[in-house]
Design a protein around this ligand. Structure first.
Ligand SMILES: [Fe+2]
Length: 340
């Protein structure tokens, strides 16, 4: 398949190789978000957005425990890539059952799993940009191929039926919920790397204008960033809320996953907030740590993906040590500078 890139997407796929390309059916428009939220996602008191669970059942268990403690009108949205390391059919089934008991969007992993054409040119569907090496891309395609063996036809059909994006209102905050960015399920326009560029932030401001939302909650790019975007009402910024990953570490030397919590009341749990807290449109927005037994998860991971396997080669260091990224880099003002 030839490379397909939206004219205003700054992170088009590189070439046409599987895992690099971005299929047309992944696309939507920022203006699509300029609609009312569905009734069940309006007037929410507490919203959890859980992106990048990556088939980690221990993180899933913790998320459900945390959500259970919340009070008021609450919703839990899994915004894609909830499957990945769960190549064991029993673990896959458990993840799918618990996730689909709540609101869910499909990420590129679920979209490619649901595709009846196992040789689809999208590979893993990640639309990896050029700073991601070929070895990572090739291993991701093989991980996806193995993951396909864990899913039965009914499970694939359920994934296929999931939407690519959603709208929600928390208090007065109008939120777009996506897996990638405002133009594509696998877009990299909300990646912390791209958001360092002032010109790109101007382009993102245009997406917000057309979408008529105050914030986008996203994931997919594997590193967290809460980025202020110029141009909101009454001088208030809009926000990109990228939680990084719930099922993998997000910062060097720290094993916690992250979820995005948007609520009309402050977070009262004991879990850490990683300095990524802000007030937007009268609501509280935080990246909350998802703390699970890291040793148990490493053992579980190693059982299914032993040394030398594709997932072990690509992800073991990240899971064991965390990425080369620190919390101070993850909360940024409209000029891209760290917020105190
Ligand atoms: Fe993704």
């Amino acid at each position: 398949m030839a490379e397909v890139a939206a004219p205003d997407n700054p992170a088009p796929a590189v070439g046409s190789a599987p895992g690099r390309s971005c299929p047309l059916h992944y696309r939507y428009q920022p203006a699509d978000f300029a609609v009312a939220a569905p009734a069940h996602l309006r007037s929410i008191d507490v919203l959890y957005v859980v992106g990048g669970l990556y088939g980690n059942p221990l993180a899933l268990e913790r998320v459900l425990e945390m959500f259970d403690r919340e009070r008021g009108r609450k919703r839990l949205v899994f915004n894609g890539d909830f499957h990945w390391f769960d190549a064991d059919p029993e673990v896959f089934a458990r993840v799918q059952r618990d996730v689909l008991a709540h609101e869910a969007l499909r990420g590129n992993v679920e979209t490619e799993l649901a595709d009846p054409d196992a040789d689809a040119d999208a590979g893993c569907g990640c639309a990896y940009p050029d700073w991601v090496g070929d070895g990572v891309v090739e291993r991701s395609n093989r991980i996806l191929a193995r993951l396909r063996t864990a899913a039965n036809a009914a499970q694939r059909a359920a994934l296929s039926a999931l939407p690519m994006w959603q709208r929600a209102d928390v208090g007065s905050l109008r939120l777009g919920i996506v897996h990638g960015d405002a133009t594509s399920l696998a877009g990299w326009g909300f990646a912390q790397e791209h958001l360092r560029d002032a010109g790109h932030r101007e382009q993102v401001a245009g997406w917000f204008d057309r979408a008529d939302v105050d914030a986008f909650a996203c994931t997919h790019t594997c590193l967290p960033v809460f980025q202020a975007i110029r141009g909101g009402q009454a001088g208030q910024p809009r926000w990109v809320l990228n939680n990084g990953a719930t099922g993998m570490p997000n910062f060097r030397g720290d094993h916690a996953g992250l979820l995005t919590r948007v609520a009309v009341s402050p977070f009262e749990g004991d879990e850490r907030r990683f300095g990524m807290g802000l007030a937007a449109g009268g609501v509280h927005v935080d990246a909350i740590g998802v703390e699970f037994d890291a040793g148990a998860w490493l053992r579980c991971f190693g059982q299914h993906w032993p040394p030398g396997s594709d997932a072990h080669v690509s992800y073991f260091d990240r899971i064991a040590e965390g990425p080369a990224y620190v919390p101070r880099e993850a909360l940024r003002d409209v000029d891209g500078e760290p917020l105190p």
